[in-house]
Ligand binder design. Sequence first.
Ligand code: DC
Length: 217
Amino acid sequence: MKKTVAIDGPAGAGKSTIAKLVAEKLGYIYIDTGAMYRAVAWKVLDAGAGTTDEAIVRTAETLDVRLRFVGDAVRVFADDTDVTEAIRTPEVTALVSKVAQLGSVRSKMVELQRGMAKDGGVVMDGRDIASNVLPNADVKIFLTASIEERALRRWKEMKEKGYDEPMEKLKEEIAARDKADSEREISPLVRVPEAALLDTTGMTIDEVARKVMELCG
Ligand code: DC
């Protein structure tokens, strides 16, 4: 039977790396829900009509966000623009928590996400997957790591993309995002009691992937 696997956790916990790897091993589709909120944030900035709640809601209403296979890789599209790389800039990262707080944006994204998972065979990562998007997921995992380790991972990721951000700044940004994601009113980041807690501090990617595969049974 094709399962649905929900992986939640804070920024920089390694969710996307692990979810992608595990999806590959299982022959499942990987769905990066954070990328969908990022695509909305990208469009808001690209439209240049400001970043008020009203402007964000208006942009999201008409935007077509889609994850599409191009060859073997999943790419992110905002309308017809491939924004896979563009959604990882510091500017998009700075705006995305604000975008993800808005109820109408979330409803639209959640509906799309449920549609993508309806036939099973998916590994979906985000903040509210087990608690809201797929409460009946077969496997629920909450992935976390210390803030120092998460900042270091983010630093390495940004470095590879040509950004050299001070570690302290990254730590502050991650802490601010943790706070915004955990304290927002609608679908905050929470660990549902039945989710397996996996603290990946000090673990290698292979070790984490192996553990997650075990949990997928
Ligand atoms: O995982 P990420 O950093 O790409 O996520 C980007 C933002 O989107 C993050 O600040 C939290 C938000 N998000 C969310 O609210 N719900 C999700 N299911 C996924 C991401």
